[in-house]
Design a protein around this ligand. Structure first.
Ligand SMILES: *[C@@H]1O[C@H](CO)[C@@H](O)[C@H](O)[C@H]1NC(C)=O
Length: 398
């Protein structure tokens, strides 16, 4: 009996951790969309494994950046680097995490996948928690346009969005119908009584109404904005450039990039994923051998492409402010459209012309739409042109 017992204890004490890992693996599955061959960080949410690019977390979230920059000890070093030791995100909802990732890896470049109040709420949730500041701002912007005042009030308490409170209180107390039971049940009791008081004052005593509204203004606890120009700190620097005639692009030579391009005299180091995802014909032609193009010594040379054009295209993959995809100027837009049509990426790019501040007149839009072969922009431009009061001027007719 004794030897058997010994063996059993031995098994339990020494083999349990490994067995646990194996057991855990048997029950985990890889995420159907966000598990990329060239990803370099593993997360686990709700038993699902994600393999994505560390770049985004380090670049845009100070929370992850400080987590990644912790001194490497035996205990923490492997965390997130292998499938066996993913970073387990406890208490994060799977759907929230999926929506966050859809911002990094949109189905169509230039436009976030998220559409509904629910989608953007997921993004607001995690961008607040992990301090993706610019993405939080975009979620706030999107929700201000889509969510109802009741939604906004509920969300403003949850996620501390000070600017929603007053307009929401105002519009709920000004509307003709009182709170429904369903609405009241979603709000804290304080809010219900406040709205009740506001609705009384609005007809009886507008001075009291405004005084109360003013008192409700929450103190601003805005997230600190932070520098955009972050360098990846904890990754080893790639070997130094051997050729002196080329220099690394100051923004898009990413420390954890895995494919190097030479465009004019600039070296770009980016992630293969984006090419495979959005530029399939290119990927099948060039990316067959993984060793190719992973060093400065053997970059893929993109002949006849201007460095500035390539740069503007990369801004779509890696925007300065997450969630804001739009190029700011006509030049940038033209660079992007030129390369995307030349490389046949157009079906994967979806830019919303209504958000280009500089191209406001319908005639300009028509010119741009024809020039860049964006058929989707033609119809609205024609409609706008027909709806306006003045006829075409001779100058425009040209
Ligand atoms: C926000 O996320 C947390 C977990 O990260 C979750 O418990 C909570 O329900 C989420 N809130 C909303 C409104 O979805």
């Amino acid at each position: 009996m004794e030897p058997l017992w010994n063996i059993l204890t031995y098994l339990l004490t020494y083999l349990l951790p490994a067995a646990k890992v194996r057991q855990a693996l048997m029950f985990t599955s890889k995420h159907h969309r966000f598990y990329f061959p060239d990803g370099n960080i593993f997360f686990m949410v709700d038993g699902i494994l994600f393999k994505v690019h560390r770049y985004f977390f380090e670049q845009y979230s100070p929370v992850f950046r400080s987590m990644f920059s912790l001194p490497i000890t035996a205990e923490s070093s492997a965390e997130g680097l292998t499938e066996l030791r993913p970073i387990v995100l406890e208490g994060t909802k799977l759907v929230d995490f999926e929506w966050l990732l859809s911002v990094f890896y949109p189905k169509k470049l230039g436009r976030p996948d998220a559409r509904t109040v629910g989608d953007w709420t997921s993004i607001l949730n995690l961008s607040t928690k992990w301090e993706f500041v610019s993405l939080r701002n975009e979620a706030v912007y999107q929700l201000s346009h889509t969510a109802s005042p009741i939604d906004l009030l509920v969300l403003s308490h949850m996620f501390n969005v000070a600017e929603w409170c007053i307009p929401a209180y105002g519009s709920i107390s000004r509307r003709s119908t009182p709170l429904t039971t369903e609405e009241a049940s979603r709000l804290p009791v304080d809010d219900v009584t406040t709205i009740y008081a506001l609705r009384q004052y609005i007809t009886a005593d507008s001075r009291k109404f405004h005084a109360l509204l003013k008192k409700l203004e929450p103190s601003k606890t805005e997230l600190q904005s932070y520098e955009d120009t972050v360098v990846l700190t904890s990754y080893p620097k790639p070997s130094t450039v051997t050729s002196t005639s080329y220099s690394r692009h100051e923004r898009f030579y990413l420390a954890d990039g895995n494919i190097v391009f030479l465009v004019e005299d600039k070296l770009y180091n980016i992630h293969r994923y984006f090419l495979e995802q959005y530029w399939a014909t290119f990927a099948s032609k060039f990316l067959s051998s993984p060793a190719e193009a992973s060093t400065d010594g053997h970059p893929i040379y993109l002949q006849g492409v201007e460095s500035s054009e390539f740069y503007h295209l990369l801004c779509l993959f890696y925007p300065k402010n997450l969630g804001e995809f739009e190029p700011q100027t006509t030049d940038e837009l033209e660079s992007i459209m030129h390369l995307t049509s030349r490389w046949k990426l157009t079906s994967r790019v979806d830019l919303d012309i209504n958000r280009f501040p500089l191209i406001t007149s319908p005639v300009d839009r028509l010119v741009v739409a024809y020039g860049l072969h964006v058929t989707g922009w033609l119809r609205p431009a024609f409609v706008a042109l027909c709806m306006r009061d003045e006829p075409l001027t001779i100058e425009e007719g040209r």
